[in-house]
Design a protein around this ligand. Structure first.
Ligand code: ACO
Length: 430
């Protein structure tokens, strides 16, 4: 593909990720997007009118926030002329917003785009079953008191059992497998044991705790302010004291009793939003911006929904092949931690000679990703996975981590429920 215009990630910020604790959290998706969007825009040297477009990934859109991108844009004061649209490809939504911005700017049609992801899984709308909808329809259309009483008498307790609740988007509609069940398939396929998964997950907590302690996330995570005055200033799902004894305690959730996936080695259900500002060379020069990284490639891939967790392998490999990269050419990986066994399955697939030959078209194994280059500051297991946001967060964090570590090249990649994978290549600005 020809790269007509260079595309830069100039800045970005996110809210703290807040664990969904069974009741709706303090913020809707748009609230979250506004909470981090406002200070992000306030710290820019350019006027808000310099933005051409707003794109926001959101899976679970609230009924009263239809097209949350537009609602957020207006609440951010971007003006009635700002075009804004929502993206929805499950866990890929927040990365899809950046990729769309990247492609628009590369083509020369736009110069500066605000691209984000926002999700409040604690607010997931409940959807009632068809029989309940039919009953409500009969009640609404009943005219006489007798008809109304007759309709009322058709009320059944099961009407109140939602078809889709908190698990919305977490069950594949084709295979009817929960995301955790797809992870179990990968654990079995790549022979990943519980201890290895728990070790990986424990490291995720320790890395995030360290990053919080040493200020690595300063500027990337911006405080959110609740309606009651509460200040939310850190990812609250982190368990800094995680140890192997504690990790071993939770029982398998998705395949009882012998499965490997537990509450401790799964991503957490969370609320959070993230934005990045994507800009052309022209915008960078005009406003004197200092980009964090250059976006140089991206890829999407489809695969069997039952093994959707291999999406990162299927999407990142074509990028590596296009550019002739071997495993040592990638300095940092942000591979979304949907489940520890799923991340480890991706690592194992790239290290597997047979898989690389038969599925990826290599002559030998691509190689084993060094854990020191992978999710260096924790991931969705420790900080949570607001599904429409995570793809945005991993690209933003990769850009910051590359800059901080002086890295040349990094890949942000994720699996996507329904059998997709997404990947984005970032390079240091030269
Ligand atoms: C394409 C994709 O990205 S697919 C991925 C999409 N996302 C998903 O599928 C979400 C996956 N995650 C889940 O469904 C949920 O997190 C579940 C069902 C696994 C667990 O949910 P919950 O039971 O609410 O988990 P929770 O985090 O509260 O932990 C439950 C218990 O496990 C134990 N536990 C959890 N983490 C740890 C840890 N690090 N160390 C020790 N014990 C732990 C604790 O006893 C905890 O209870 P406590 O909070 O009272 O101490």
């Amino acid at each position: 593909m020809t790269q007509s215009q260079r595309v830069f990630l100039v800045d970005g910020a996110r809210t703290p990720f807040l664990k969904a604790r069974g009741t709706p959290g303090p913020f809707t998706p748009v609230d979250l997007a506004v909470q981090c969007g406002r200070p992000l825009l306030a710290r820019q040297p350019f006027d808000r009118t310099a933005l051409d477009l707003v794109i926001l990934g959101c899976v679970n859109v609230m009924a009263d926030e239809a097209n949350p991108a537009r609602v957020a844009a207006l609440r951010l004061g971007l003006g009635e002329r700002m075009v804004a649209f929502n993206m929805q490809i499950n866990c890929g939504s927040g990365m899809q917003s950046i990729d769309t911005a990247y492609r628009y700017i590369r083509s020369g049609s736009h110069d500066m785009i605000l691209a984000g992801g926002a999700e409040a899984l604690s607010h997931t709308p409940l959807i009632l079953r068809q029989s309940a909808a039919e009953w409500l329809g009969r009640l609404n259309s009943a005219r006489s008191p007798v008809d109304k009483v007759r309709a009322m008498s058709g009320l059944r307790p099961e009407f109140f059992k939602p078809v889709i609740g908190l698990e919305r988007g977490l069950t594949d509609p084709i295979t009817d497998l929960g995301m955790g069940q797809t992870a179990e398939i990968l654990a079995h396929r790549f022979d990943i044991d519980r201890e290895t998964a728990d070790t990986y997950a424990m490291q995720s907590h320790h890395r995030l705790a360290q990053a919080q302690k040493d200020g690595t996330l300063n500027g990337e995570v911006l405080s959110a302010f609740g309606p009651d005055g509460t200040v939310y200033d850190h990812d609250d799902g982190v368990r800094p004291d995680s140890d192997m004894q504690g990790m071993a305690k939770p029982k398998p959730v998705f395949e009882k009793p012998y499965g490997k996936v537990t509450a401790a080695n799964s991503s957490q259900i969370t609320d959070g939003a993230s934005w990045v500002i994507v800009a052309s060379q022209k915008a960078v020069d005009l406003h004197g911006l200092e980009p964090l990284a250059e976006i140089t490639d991206s890829e999407w891939a489809g695969l069997d929904p039952a093994v959707m967790g291999l999406g990162p392998v299927m999407a990142s490999t074509p990028i590596a092949q296009r550019h002739g990269f071997d495993i040592n050419d990638i300095d940092l990986w942000e591979l979304n931690e949907a489940f520890a066994v799923q991340v480890l399955a991706c690592v194992a697939a790239w290290a597997d000679d047979g898989f690389c030959r038969e599925v990826l078209g290599y002559d030998a194994a691509f190689g084993r990703i060094d854990r020191d280059k992978l999710n260096v500051d924790g991931g969705a297991i420790s900080l949570g996975h607001p599904v429409g946001t995570s793809g945005n967060r991993i690209v933003l964090h990769l850009a910051n981590a590359m800059k901080k570590r002086g890295a040349t090249r990094g890949i942000a990649t994720e699996c996507i429920g329904g059998g997709l994978g997404g990947a984005m290549l970032l390079e240091a600005v030269r």
